[in-house]
Design a protein around this ligand. Structure first.
Ligand code: NAP
Length: 273
């Protein structure tokens, strides 16, 4: 039996076990997906131990996505983003990858949104970094707006052609934007939006990284303007799909994984992945 898993804290409400185990069942793969919550001071030892035990792949979540860079060889994208959410133990060297960025790209692709023109990313934390690099790599001109404007400017300085702003500039940035990503935690467990409804318009494609609740106030208000809306479940799904495909070399049963995720999201209080 192969073992995959997730390291983070907290992980007890993670949606990754049902997401991945649905794929193992569908394809008849003899595998389990297990969650681990190591003490932060033991992260390196935990990763070494996982390798020694023959664990094939690990996802990594809060608060370890940056610290784990020191325990692996990040690929080029993960190194630029400065965060790893997927460890691959399959080769000679332990490699680190950022499938959150792939999740952003594939969530838009799934909804036939072509990534060109202007994108606004609200947030400059882990999800904001992954989204900003992903969108820039696809060819959009990225503006990052963050509560702490300095953090947005620092991130923008790392990305060709990107600009960094405070939230006060958000309405102006959105006026001629094609794509909007909410990569803040605003809207999580609370019916609030990081964007004034009047700034939304029908030419936008809006991805909310928040998936608990699955239908956020931002997405409701964006849908009311005729915008294309993409909930955080799609990003979560495709980061998992990308990790699964890397680890197993198999094409993921995306529909089955999505069904499992949606079932859990409908019955659950969500979690951190
Ligand atoms: P993070 O690194 O802690 O960053 C949090 C971001 O939210 C920062 O930009 C922070 O701004 C901003 N923020 C927090 N409270 C705010 C408020 N009250 N008003 C305005 N901005 C506020 O967290 P993260 O890992 O990027 O996660 C952000 C969200 O994305 C979470 O809801 C998480 O669940 C979600 N996420 C989803 C996926 C997915 O697959 N769907 C993947 C990763 C993350 P400051 O810099 O000013 O503090």
């Amino acid at each position: 039996m192969q073992v995959f898993g997730l390291v983070g804290s907290p992980v007890e409400h993670s949606l990754s076990p049902p997401l991945h185990e649905a794929a193992y069942r569908e394809l008849g793969i003899d595998a389990r997906y297990v969650t681990f919550e190591p003490d932060p001071t033991d992260l390196a030892a935990a990763i070494e131990g996982a390798r020694a035990l023959g664990i094939r792949g690990l996802n990594v979540t809060i608060p370890f996505k940056r610290d784990v860079l020191d325990c692996c060889e990040p690929d080029e994208l993960a190194a630029r983003i400065g965060a790893v959410n997927t460890l691959d133990f399959g080769g000679e060297r332990l490699t680190g990858h950022n499938t959150d960025a792939i999740g952003v790209k594939r969530a838009f692709a799934h909804h036939d949104v072509s990534l060109s023109g202007r994108a606004v990313v609200v947030g400059a934390g882990g999800a904001g970094r992954a989204a900003a690099f992903a969108l820039a790599d696809e060819g959009t001109t990225v503006a990052i707006a963050n509560r702490t404007a300095e953090r947005a400017r620092e991130l923008a300085a790392e990305i060709d052609g990107a600009t960094g702003h405070g939230l006060a500039e958000l309405d102006e940035l959105l006026a001629d934007a094609d794509v909007l990503v909410n990569a803040t935690s605003v809207g999580m467990d609370e019916d609030v939006s990081p964007v004034a409804p009047a700034a939304l318009h029908g030419d936008l494609a809006v991805l909310d990284a928040v998936y608990s609740p699955i239908e956020t106030r931002l997405l409701r208000e964006a849908a009311a303007t005729g915008a294309t809306t993409i909930d955080g479940g799609w990003m979560l799904l495709y980061q998992g799909v990308a990790a699964f495909e890397r680890w197993t070399g198999r094409t993921a049963p995306v529909e089955r994984m999505n069904e499992a995720l949606r079932e859990r999201l409908a019955s659950d209080d969500g979690g951190s992945d």
